[in-house]
Design a protein around this ligand. Structure first.
Ligand SMILES: *Cc1c(COP(=O)(O)O)cnc(C)c1O
Length: 373
């Protein structure tokens, strides 16, 4: 092991370095308003206009956003929801929470997002809804998916937890489907200093329904007008932080994308598969390569002081707690991805020399078998 500090996969210290979070938090402390106050209202309005939807309803986390989206679309026990199986089980968790069952759809071999062809087949089985995940920050093939869902009369949800700010032809992730769901977990492209989430939609009725469900099902104080309510609120401290960070989102996404572009250039020609796009439809939440020699490459990079991870090693239908495993259709691309994906450090505020060290370490693995770091 070289005597250098390991480069982390993500650094909150680096990502938040030039952003005045303390000021935002001081403002909330001085206001003494901590729940559903002015910061939350302002954030919702600012985020809705950023995404280009009429409405944003903030909630406690991204999984709640997915669950509440399904619930408001009328998905319940006995229903099936089409989704991918390579995106960390978050969609499957939400589907389970409403008593429905996932109908797993394979992913496209280039983008690792939902295959429109496979979705077309799944739609023939009449799912109650579809969840499309913009994995690693890569916008899925929304141009082909939207008309498929519309023609089948099936509502769909975008899981944008890894894709804040990804766009195509000027339209942003979250504005294509009936509902867009976001997580503001600290490592996400728009990350709080704790948990947070939101739904965006252009459908006012749907937004009103979610707004009631996130607070006990209330239509007004102490009047429970909706079933399925709970407490799922973003707090004022997180909202104030997110408002501050939203102003830096496009700049930070550009930084992430530049890093991904630099890696793609440096790794071209090596026997690995690289992210398909480094354009605006990719916000490089995670920089993920595919290689048949994952374990050896991981060990080499670790020795060189480069942290790596695998997003994600176990497909949803192979999870030990997933009882419907036998029923799942074969998902060859999903399975291949689980066996070959490897994530490299890529985060805003990452130093040039750090990126250089990642590149050198990566290249040295392929230069000469057994080359030490
Ligand atoms: C992080 C994430 C979620 C879950 O968000 P939480 O806020 O942790 O509940 C959902 N979907 C995807 C794709 C994610 O990356």
């Amino acid at each position: 092991m070289r005597n250098v500090p390991t480069i982390p996969l993500f650094s909150a210290a680096a990502a938040n370095r030039d952003i005045d979070l303390a000021g935002a938090m001081q403002r909330v402390l001085a206001s003494n308003s901590f729940i559903l106050g002015p910061e939350v209202a302002q954030f919702e309005s600012e985020f809705a206009s950023y995404v280009g939807t009429g409405h944003c309803v903030s909630v406690a986390n991204g999984t709640d956003a997915l669950e509440l989206a399904l619930r408001t679309l009328g998905v319940g026990p006995g229903s099936r929801v089409a989704c991918v199986a390579n995106a960390g089980f978050y969609g499957s968790t939400a589907i389970g929470l409403v008593g429905a069952t996932p109908l797993y759809v394979d992913v496209d071999d280039l983008s690792l997002t939902m295959s429109p062809q496979a979705l077309a087949q799944a739609l023939a089985e009449r799912p109650a809804a579809v969840i499309v995940t913009h994995l690693y920050g890569q916008l899925a093939d929304v141009e082909r998916i939207a008309p498929l869902c519309r023609a089948a009369g099936v509502p769909w949800i975008e899981d944008c937890a890894q894709a804040h700010g990804a766009r195509r032809a000027g339209r942003l992730a979250g504005s294509f489907a009936d509902v867009g769901c976001f997580s503001f977990y600290p490592t996400k492209n728009l990350g709080a200093v704790g948990d947070g989430g939101a739904l965006v939609t252009s459908n006012g009725e749907l937004a009103g329904h979610v707004r009631a469900l996130r607070q006990y099902g209330w239509s007004k104080k102490y009047e429970v007008a909706r079933q399925g309510g709970r407490n799922s609120r973003l707090d004022e401290l997180q909202a104030a932080v997110l408002r501050e960070k939203l102003r830096h989102l496009d700049r930070q996404n550009a930084q992430r994308r530049d890093l991904a572009g630099r890696y793609n250039q440096a790794f071209a020609g090596l026997p690995v598969r690289l992210p398909a796009s480094v354009g605006e439809d990719f916000v490089a939440h995670l920089y993920v390569v595919r290689t048949a020699r994952r374990e050896a490459l991981r060990a080499h990079l670790l020795e060189c002081g480069v942290a790596t991870d695998v997003h994600y090693p176990i497909a949803d239908h192979r999870q030990p707690a997933w009882h419907g495993a036998q029923a799942a259709q074969p998902l060859p691309v999903t399975q291949d991805a689980c066996d070959s994906v490897l994530t490299l450090p890529c985060f805003p505020g990452m130093a040039d020399e750090q990126a250089g060290q990642v590149i050198e370490s990566f290249q040295s693995f392929f230069a000469q078998p057994g080359t030490p770091c």
